[in-house]
Structure formats: C-alpha cells, structure tokens
Ligand binder design. Structure first.
Ligand SMILES: [Zn+2]
Length: 380
C-alpha cells in the first residue's frame, strides 16, 4: 500500500516550474513562510485567481524537480526498548517490539470512493469538494503523495490509503487528508479534528499537527469543527469493519477551502509547504510521544450523564462559566461525553440539534443508560 511520488521527466518539471513562475506573475507572490526554513516552492499547477477562467481540470503534475524540502524535525527516536507501562486496572496496548519500524497511515480523502465496501455504500458517490477546476480527491492525493515521500525519507513505514480503510488498520499515527468547500466562497482556513472519543495520543497528534501546519502554510485556522469531522467514518471502529483500530492515534485535516482563492494559492500553489506542515506534525508527534505510554492510546470511555439539578443545566461553547450558552438541557436530558478538561465535559445532547458543547462535571451524574447511537455516518 506504500506509495511514492513517481519521478516525472525533466521536461514536465521544467514546464511546471514555468507555470509556477507564470502563476506568480499573475497573482503576485504569496507571503508564506515555512519555518524552520522555506522549501523550494514548486507549483503544483498554476494557482488561479477566481476571475481566471478555469481550464479543464487536470491531474496536477508531480513537479518535484528533486526539491529537498525543509528537513523535517528530528528523526523519530528508536523504537521502544524500555519496560512496559506500569500495570493498571485497564489493559493497555503492548508496546511494539524493539526494531519494529514506526508506521504511519496517510488516507487520501475520497480517493477511489467508488470502491468502498457495502457497509459504506452510501459514501461511494462522495467525491468531495470541487472548485477552481480542482477535484478534492485529486488535490488530496497530490498532497498525500508528497507527505508519504517526506515521511519515508525519515525512515518511516508509510501506507498511502484510499477511502477504504483495511479492517482494523493499526498504525502509530493516522491522518486523513481532506480539503474543504463552502457554497459562499467566503470561508477560509484549515481545521483538524480527532475522533469523538479522543485518546491523549490523538489529542497530542492534533495539537502538534495544528502548530506545524500553521507554521508551514501560514493559513488561518478555522475553529468550526463539525460533527462530520468528529464522526468521520474511518474512525468509527465501533460500528464499521473498515475503520482504524481503536488505539491508533488519529486526526482528520481539512487543509483549507478549495472554494477560497486565497486558500487555493497555498494548497494548489505551494503543495510542498502543505505537505511539509503535515509531515512535520506527524514527525514531531512520533518524537515527542512516550512510546511506552500505552494508556495514552486508549480512548476514554465515559458513562452517559444527566443533570443533577431539577433546573437542568447549560451547555456552553467553551469550558468556562462565562462562555456562550449553546443550549439549555432539562433535568431529564441525557448527555454523551467525549472529552474531559479542567472540570468540564465536552459532549453532545441526546436528540435535538447536533450541538457539541461543554458542561460542568459537578452539574451532572452518571446514568446507566446505554451508550448513545452515534451521529450519522459522515464523510468530510
Ligand atoms: Zn473531503
């Protein structure tokens, strides 16, 4: 399943560089820095402004004229050789054997979605966003190939995965690559999300990837994480066979909006920066995690909660008493928790609108109600 960016003839590379220069002349230089050192900027294809007629969509050429993109941060540490974690009541994953290569799964959103298995038949027609002459799946694939090459150059085993995830796919990190679209065309920025039940490892991967991606691309961050992202089908190992293993640290990234000319100038115009941002985040995670902390890989398992007070409680937009109230929940309401932070739970309310919010731990108590029906199957 491992993929590499194929070497294209020099002619194509030269042509693409010429197109990139042309694009710069048309649109002007785009101010983006990719610390720690800017990579060679090679145009994926001419970045088009919105007033330029879109030519027939083509698969963007892999015009890497053997760039040596910014060296990613430190190489991953050697695989664990230390003692296993301290035994606790909860069984934790066994650390991998010493000498096992670190493995990363890079999923290309919507790629080969027509081949999805029957359990995901509803998503077979899901081709993702389309804007500016670009199909999301093509853009996702182009970036993903570059990410794979960067990670492999750092000695990692990498799987380039299509929409269909091998059953129970397990890796040291999993990143699903997508690009956004909006009907208004005004939306901008990238965003990342973890699965509903977020292990400490997934949260760490998300935090480091967010920083690395922001640094490499200069794109703004869009804070509007949607149900669709958290409920991403490839995360849903409770209900789906073709999903990642429960203990695989995972995030989904929306690299930016294809419907935004400004975002396209980065995603399409500076694919190496985009790939470097993603690769750096993954490498930093693998470097900084504690490979012997098996408990970090386990998603938390919260009980269903109900308000203690007969007055019910307020669900807020952030874990703060002065944050905006998104919804009031009556005393007979039920709340499904996915995350805990600073005395607050993040979760959603049974039934009603699909609002994810925060409520105080000391205002709820456990119930023995069955686990919630997960939100509907989604793709992003
Ligand atoms: Zn998508």
């Amino acid at each position: 399943m491992s993929g590499r960016v194929s070497r294209k003839p020099m002619l194509i590379a030269l042509l693409a560089i010429a197109m990139g220069v042309l694009a710069l002349l048309i649109s002007g230089p785009t101010p983006v820095a990719a610390p720690p050192a800017p990579p060679t900027k090679v145009a994926l294809a001419a970045a088009r402004t919105s007033d330029t007629p879109a030519p027939a969509p083509t698969t963007a050429p892999s015009a890497t004229a053997a760039p040596s993109p910014t060296p990613a941060p430190d190489l991953p540490r050697a695989t664990p050789t230390a003692l296993p974690p301290t035994p606790s009541g909860v069984p934790t994953p066994t650390p991998r054997l010493a000498g096992t290569m670190l493995r990363v799964g890079i999923q290309v959103g919507h790629w080969k979605s027509s081949e999805l298995p029957d359990e995901l038949a509803r998503l077979r027609s899901s081709s993702g966003a389309f804007a500016g002459g670009y199909h999301e799946a093509d853009v996702n694939l182009e970036i993903a190939k570059r990410v794979v090459a960067l990670l492999e150059s750092r000695g990692l085993a990498v799987d380039l995965l299509p929409a269909t995830i091998p059953p129970g796919y397990d890796a040291d990190a999993f990143v699903a690559i997508h690009a956004d679209g909006s009907s208004s065309g005004n939306s901008r920025g990238f965003k990342l999300a973890t699965p509903w039940r977020t292990s400490r490892a997934s949260q760490m991967l998300l935090d480091l990837l967010t920083t690395a991606y922001s640094n490499a691309t200069g794109l703004p961050q869009d804070g509007a994480i949607t149900f669709n992202m958290r409920g991403y089908y490839a995360f849903n190992n409770r209900r789906r066979e073709h999903a990642i293993a429960k203990t695989t640290p995972a995030v989904i990234i929306e690299m930016g909006f294809l419907t935004s000319a400004a975002d396209r100038a980065v995603i399409i115009g500076q694919p190496d920066n985009v790939a470097i941002g993603i690769a750096n985040g993954i490498i930093r995670y693998l470097n900084e995690r504690d490979p012997n902390d098996g408990a970090a890989l386990l998603p938390p398992d919260f009980k269903t909660q109900r308000p203690i007070s007969t007055d019910g409680l307020d669900v807020r937009s952030a874990p703060r008493d002065n944050a905006q109230v998104l919804r009031h929940v009556d005393s007979d309401g039920r709340l499904f928790v996915f995350q805990e932070r600073d005395g607050w739970y993040q979760g959603f309310v049974r039934g009603g609108s699909r609002i994810l919010g925060w409520f105080r731990k000391d205002q709820v108590t456990e119930t023995n109600d069955p686990l919630p029906t997960p939100p509907p199957l989604t793709d992003s």
